[in-house]
Design a protein around this ligand. Structure first.
Ligand code: CAA
Ligand code: NAD
Length: 309
């Protein structure tokens, strides 16, 4: 559990109300990211509720978390089947699933939003979350690319709002970008950093700029690979092999795009292109657009640049 060590007054509030300790975490969105965030939070002995508007997404998340935990448990307790089962069930016991958002955020100390990368949908959700949550709840987004100032536009108290940008697959990736916008209070930022450490991540501080640190570099690189392919300069498998063996990346750019989700890649780039139409690094890709239109969103749909079983 996290202990509250920060005594700094809450910037922007007229009272000296302290933000509460983080015991209860509500994750909204049970997709690739939300399920991983729920898993690492429950693994850190926090009580977790996962919310999704879609019951089948919750069912899929439940199975995904269980199989990911089994992989972790096998590694941690290689020759001890009992200890493996105990680890898996102790973490699963701390995770509840729900389709009722308002009910699920009532007792939350921390809300982490991981729904679709769409500004209007996120904005609407945040206004509803704030209305249903306690006045001390920290409210955060896992957005890949959107400005926090834009997402949180409708929030009445922006001091408790910040960014927690995790990486996919969450249980394996060691980094957490903790993002503050102009109104995030010092107390909120400090608590988000503490939460990151509690869930076993190395934290870096980011400003509210497009793509923060990692995606500002990584996403243009993925689209540059697409342009290289679209020009006919090399095949997809050759580009992937080249970047793995020549640059030491664990996945090539097409494998990685499929892993992230082609819809998410498209939403990121479309948003940036709309905001910065003259920036060549933010040019959308017709090939990517056509795959997303055809429902080929990468590994999660069984096909993207490559086919998956
Ligand atoms: N849960 C638990 N364990 C997992 C796991 C999961 N979801 N995925 C992989 N693992 C474990 C495996 O059990 C395995 O453990 P051992 O080596 O001890 O057996 C280990 O990770 C390696 O897995 P694999 O052998 O299956 O495959 P791999 O060696 O290719 O590793 C990978 C998989 C960790 C995903 C690696 O390929 C990788 O790091 N890829 C790059 C991922 C990346 O760049 N992510 C960032 C994307 S960008 C982003 O997230 C930001 C955004 O906003 C879009
Ligand atoms: P995903 O498509 O796998 O899952 C999104 C989930 O949100 C779906 O289950 C959907 O049913 C649910 N949802 C949509 N609208 C909702 C609403 N109003 N209320 C409740 N649930 C709702 O997406 P993902 O890849 O997990 O991405 C989620 C967020 O995390 C996005 O903002 C994305 O940019 C960001 N992100 C993604 C990655 C990645 O590699 N995929 C990495 C870091 C951050």
């Amino acid at each position: 559990m996290l202990s509250s060590t920060c005594t700094a007054a809450v910037r922007g509030l007229s009272t000296t109300a302290q933000l509460s300790k983080i015991n209860n975490v509500t994750v909204i969105g049970a997709g690739l990211m939300g399920s991983g965030i729920a898993q690492v939070s429950a693994n850190a002995k926090l009580n977790v509720v996962v919310v999704d508007s879609n019951q089948s997404a919750l069912d899929k998340a439940q199975k995904g978390i269980e199989s990911s935990l089994q992989r972790v448990a096998k590694k941690k307790h290689a020759d001890d089947a009992k200890a493996q089962t105990a680890l898996v069930s102790s973490v699963l016991d701390r995770i509840k699933m729900s389709t009722n958002m308002s009910d699920s955020v009532k007792d939350a100390d921390l809300v982490i939003e991981a729904i679709v990368e769409n500004i209007d949908i996120k904005r609407k959700l945040f206004a509803e979350v704030e209305a249903a949550a306690k006045p001390t709840t920290l409210i955060t987004t896992n957005t890949s690319s959107l400005r926090l100032a834009d997402i949180g536009l409708n929030l009445k108290d922006k001091t408790r709002f910040g960014g927690l940008h995790f990486f996919n697959p969450v249980p394996m990736m060691k980094l957490l970008e903790v993002v503050r916008h102009n109104d995030t209070s010092d107390d909120t930022f400090q608590k988000l950093m503490e939460y990151g450490k509690a869930v076993g991540k190395t934290t870096v501080a980011c400003k509210d700029t497009p793509g923060f640190i990692v995606n500002r570099l990584l996403v243009p690189y993925m689209f540059e690979a697409l342009r290289l392919y679209e020009r006919g300069d090399a095949s997809m498998p050759d580009i992937d092999v080249a970047m793995k063996l020549g640059a030491g990346y664990p996945m090539g750019p097409f494998e990685l795009s499929d892993y992230v989700g082609l819809d998410t890649c498209k939403f990121i780039m479309d948003g940036w292109h709309k905001q910065y139409p003259d920036e060549v690094a933010f040019k959308p890709s017709p090939l990517l657009d056509s795959l997303v239109d055809a429902g080929k969103t990468g590994r999660k749909s069984g096909e993207g640049f490559y086919k998956y079983k």
